[in-house]
Design a binder for this molecule. Structure first.
Ligand code: ASP
Ligand code: MG
Length: 405
């Protein structure tokens, strides 16, 4: 008898009909001879409306009360899912994060899981219940309700699977799995059968938000193999796991595109110790997340430093840099939005040469200008004009043979 943890996201439990659909799937899984633990998110849109509601009564709600409020979203879904299963004649019981033994630190609205002691889960499983656990929430050791950050139900599922030593962990969502590229950009993109944790993390940090990154990191740390698949059909999904030898045969696993980026160049920065530190400390103080950073070779004692960031943060960045530029005696600031980042990702890059060259060649053939380049062991990323993002994704997809089998 296998122990299966299944997680259903907000869209999969988005209305009563869909909750019944989940109940039928769970029931079939149990009838096939498995013990089943189900983790659910809040119904789609619910967390957002709760946040809005809070803002309507206070412009500065405390994070403690935010957690009490947000946790109700998932609490609604666990009860409804258990009721739906009961209606199908199944023994099912709902548990809050705290009841399921999820203990977190005290950092409200983005708590970290400290440990999981799923005593009640074990007990109910022994009595043949399906156990429905509220995602995204836990409790501090002194009994305060906490939440795990947006998208945190994935983390609950992975942590539960690790603590219960589950045989399988399935993350059900509204897409069939992880794709070679966003199918809305590249119509020939195909679903991957498998992907390594590191590739999945690079794809996520490069814009393909199938899953919360923290959950993938947690899964990697505890060796939880999981599958991302759709709750709307029976298609097998994508298995995410530690890399194996033969995974290296594929040079590029996938391509990820991140739009809405902006590029900032600080010109004529005096080339002496401390100037870069001043620039990026000023940005860090305002919690701006800087992505790619490039410093040019210095001529005549000055250099240009460019970096990219989300375009929504551009006004904040310009404000933060204004005084620094004057203080360090730099030339000025050039800001440009309307750019995108395209990344090719694959652990096979470690053992294959000429991968970057092939990308640049393909982009050049497509008449696409590269504005910035950065590389890591398993990724090559370029900054391009946003209006050319789809074209670039398609030519790169083709160049690395990602279309079709
Ligand atoms: N309901 C939470 C959110 O919307 C957690 C989740 O869906 O995973 O972020
Ligand atoms: Mg969600």
């Amino acid at each position: 008898m296998a122990l299966i943890v299944q997680k259903y996201g907000g869209t999969s439990v988005g209305n009563p009909e869909r909750i019944l659909n989940v109940a039928r799937r769970v029931s079939a899984t149990q009838e096939a001879g498995n013990r089943v633990v189900v983790v659910v998110s809040a119904m789609s849109g619910v967390t957002d409306s709760l946040i809005k509601l809070a803002r309507e009564v206070s412009s500065t709600p405390t994070e403690r009360e935010m957690d009490v409020l947000l946790a109700t979203g998932e609490q609604t879904t666990i009860a409804l899912t258990a009721m739906a299963l009961n209606g199908l004649g199944k023994k099912a019981v709902s548990l809050t994060g705290a009841q399921a033994g999820i203990t977190t630190d005290g950092v409200h609205t983005r708590a970290k899981i400290a440990h999981v002691t799923p005593k009640q889960v074990h007990n109910y499983l022994k009595e043949d219940h399906v156990v429905i656990v509220a995602g995204f929430q836990g409790e501090t050791s002194d009994g305060r309700i906490t939440t795990l950050g947006r998208g945190g139900s994935d983390l609950t599922a992975i942590a539960m699977a690790a603590a219960l030593k589950a045989d399988i962990c399935q993350i059900f969502t509204d897409v069939d799995g992880v794709y070679t590229c966003d199918p809305r950009l590249v119509p020939t993109a195909r679903k991957l059968d498998e992907i390594s944790y590191d590739e999945m993390l690079e794809m996520a940090s490069s814009g393909s938000k199938v899953m919360q990154s923290r959950s993938v990191e947690f899964a990697k740390k505890f060796g939880v193999v999981f599958e991302v698949r759709s709750s709307f059909n029976e298609n097998p999904g994508t298995i995410v796991k530690e890399e194996t030898r033969n995974m290296e045969n594929v040079v590029v696993r996938g391509i990820s595109v991140e739009k809405n980026q902006a590029k900032v160049t600080v010109t004529n920065v005096p080339d002496r110790p401390g100037t870069a530190a001043r620039i990026f400390t000023a940005l860090a103080r305002t919690s701006i997340i800087v992505d790619m950073i490039v410093q040019n070779v210095s001529t005549a004692g000055t250099t240009d430093i460019s970096f990219t960031l989300n375009k929504d943060e551009l006004p904040k960045a310009e404000a933060a840099l204004k005084s620094v530029i004057a203080e360090i005696g730099a030339g000025g600031l050039i800001a440009q939005s309307g750019i995108a980042k395209l990344s090719i990702v694959g652990i096979g890059m470690r053992s294959h040469s000429g991968v970057a060259a092939r990308l640049f060649e393909a982009l050049s053939d497509g008449g696409i200008n590269i504005q910035m380049i950065s590389t890591s062991e398993i990724k090559t990323a370029v900054i391009i004009e946003e209006s050319q993002a789809a074209e670039a994704a398609n030519v790169a997809h083709e160049a690395f043979g990602l279309s079709g089998k």
